[in-house]
Each structure stands twice: as C-alpha cells, then as structure tokens.
Design a protein. Structure first.
Length: 115
C-alpha cells in the first residue's frame, strides 16, 4: 500500500464530462508507478472507495503528472481540501486510447474492477 497526501487542485474537468469526476493532486514529485489503482480516499476522517490514475494522461495530451481519484458514492466539492489517497492495488498500466469514447469505456471497466 502506498499513501499519498495532497491538496486537491482544479484539473481540465474532462473526467466530469465523461461521468467520472476526479479529485486531482500534483504528482510530479510522488514516487509511484504510473497506472490505474484500486484505492481508498480519506477526507475529514471519512473513507471512500475510489479508482485512481497516476500519470501523464496521454489520451488527453496531458503534460503534467497528476494523481486523479474518482471517489465512489461521493458528491461534493473538494477543491483546496487536503485528502489522503491509499493506493491498494494496481489494476493496469496507464496507456493512450484512440478516442475519448474508448477511454470512457475503459473507465467503466476499471470502475467495476475497483468497486
């Protein structure tokens, strides 16, 4: 298990448009392998199951390394809040998809693996 703490920053909001809003943390200095992880996110003493990507987001021309956590069963604004992300199990490597629709379809599969 790897624990990463940070302040949630605003991203491009592409995850939200695909139905997978994320809490983003700058991961430039984080020593963790890029990929998609089954995870737990802690906020103010509460824990949420999550699906987390760490990497450059090659499908959307990402240039900054981010940690992006989609929290299951959470609705709210986390911008500026401190969160703790526990990476429990890597489920796949980060990769580039041919289209946003192909990426969205893979996110559905990843979400099922992480639940």
């Amino acid at each position: 298990m790897i624990i990463i703490k940070g302040i949630v920053i605003k991203g491009q909001q592409l995850g939200r448009k695909m139905g997978f809003p994320t809490a983003n943390i700058d991961a430039q200095e984080k020593r963790v392998e890029n990929g998609v992880y089954r995870s737990m996110v802690r906020i103010d003493g509460k824990s949420y199951r999550a699906m987390t990507n760490v990497g450059l987001r090659p499908s959307v021309d990402g240039r900054t390394r981010l940690l992006e956590a989609h929290l299951f069963d959470f609705d709210g604004d986390l911008y500026g809040r401190r969160i703790q992300v526990e990476l429990l199990e890597k489920i796949r490597d980060e990769r580039k998809f041919a289209s946003i629709e192909e990426l969205r379809a893979q996110l559905e599969i990843d979400a099922e693996s992480c639940r």
